[in-house]
Design a protein around this ligand. Structure first.
Ligand SMILES: [Zn+2]
Length: 49
């Protein structure tokens, strides 16, 4: 799902725990489904928004 403003993503590695907030969403026309990747290399998953 495309990024929506306000969503929070967290690193899937609990020892890392990094979180990012989407401050500007993707265009509604974006059909991508990729999750962001943390600086540690793990995939981040949506926890809010
Ligand atoms: Zn991480």
């Amino acid at each position: 799902m495309a990024f929506v403003e306000g969503e929070i993503y967290r690193c899937s590695d609990p020892t890392c725990g990094c979180e990012v907030t989407v401050t500007k969403g993707a265009p509604k026309s974006c059909s991508g489904t990729a999750n962001p990747t943390c600086c540690c290399g793990k995939e981040m998953t949506k926890i809010s928004g």
